[in-house]
Ligand binder design. Structure first.
Ligand SMILES: [Zn+2]
Length: 307
């Protein structure tokens, strides 16, 4: 038995397979991304807690002697075990290594792959269809997010995808749709562009906001960040049915049909959610970078469609 193997046995450490499974579940709970393992990283302690590791198990270290340099290097047994588990998952292409994800996020992180995402959903008995609403990112989805955020903004943007046929949802279109959703809600800091609501579920697994298409899929709208808006459920609905639209300066214009509504319509207690949008004559919240603001060609289509 190797020195490391003996140490793992002596300290009654969890098996690598068990650590692999726990790591996959943690990755899922952290939306698909965890930092590289090092001393004060939360993930290292979180997983140790999961296995109820004693102080002795957490602090046990391995000694490596470098004869040539005549020095001794100590490394924590628990860190080594975590790394071995991650390394084995990376070899199976279930997770992506920090050296590779660094190119996308500029951070040294382990990230779930699409295959890893599928596998963890299976382990947790969560239907694959949930992928479309979960905030979990995969490496493949992050690549789409980057592409959507970094493509130079066209002056004459065409928001219609003439090629879009009624394609069946396949792996590629699902990754693309999820990339659009992530890119849009991240760009708006997970807030509704109209009311600013930012809220997730108590278990942090879902965001309330949705990525709305300005030109919808039904009108051949593209999955581009320039054709997207982050909206809460209520404002998403109101936008889709034409209760409000946007002007070129990104201010909100509410339908004049508002005046035809019975008095008690559209009220939440004393709060009149449609009138409130005009009263403030406010502009929507926008992303930090102008490059990814909604495009005027998309907004124009929406305005002309309803107003
Ligand atoms: Zn809202």
């Amino acid at each position: 038995m190797s020195y490391e193997g003996k140490m793992l046995k002596d300290f009654k450490m969890p098996t690598r397979k068990d650590v692999e499974e726990a790591l996959m579940i943690s990755l899922f709970k952290h939306n698909g991304i965890v930092k590289e393992f090092s001393a004060d990283e939360e993930i290292v302690n979180e997983l140790a807690d999961k296995f109820n590791l004693s102080e002795e198990q957490r602090n046990a270290y391995l000694k490596t002697i470098y004869r040539k340099e005549n020095r001794e290097k100590k490394s924590l047994l628990w860190h080594r075990l975590l790394f071995r588990a991650a390394d084995s998952l990376a070899k199976e292409k279930l997770i992506i290594r920090p050296t590779q994800t660094f190119n996308l996020t500029n951070k040294r992180e382990w990230m779930l792959s699409e295959n890893g995402f599928d596998k963890v959903l299976h382990t947790l008995n969560i239907p694959i269809s949930q992928k479309n609403i979960l905030p979990t990112k995969s490496y493949e989805v992050q690549k789409i997010v980057n592409k959507l955020k970094e493509t130079p903004r066209p002056v004459n943007y065409n928001p219609f995808d003439k090629e879009r046929k009624l394609v069946k949802v396949n792996r590629e279109t699902s990754i693309r749709a999820r990339g659009f959703r992530q890119a849009v809600i991240e760009a708006y800091d997970f807030k509704c562009a109209v009311c600013g609501l930012k809220l997730n579920s108590p278990d942090s697994s879902l965001w309330e906001v949705e990525a709305a298409h300005i030109v919808p899929h039904s009108a051949m709208g593209k999955d581009d960040i320039w054709n997207g808006l982050s909206l809460c459920h209520l404002h998403h609905w109101a936008f889709d049915v034409g209760w409000f639209t946007l002007l070129d300066d990104y201010s909100i214009k509410v339908s004049s049909r508002l005046n035809l509504l019975p008095e008690f319509y559209g009220k939440i207690g004393n709060y009149e959610f449609l009138k409130e949008m005009t009263n403030n004559n406010s502009k929507i919240l926008l992303p930090d970078s102008k490059e990814i603001f909604p495009h005027h060609n998309s907004i124009k289509w929406h305005r002309e469609r309803f107003f």
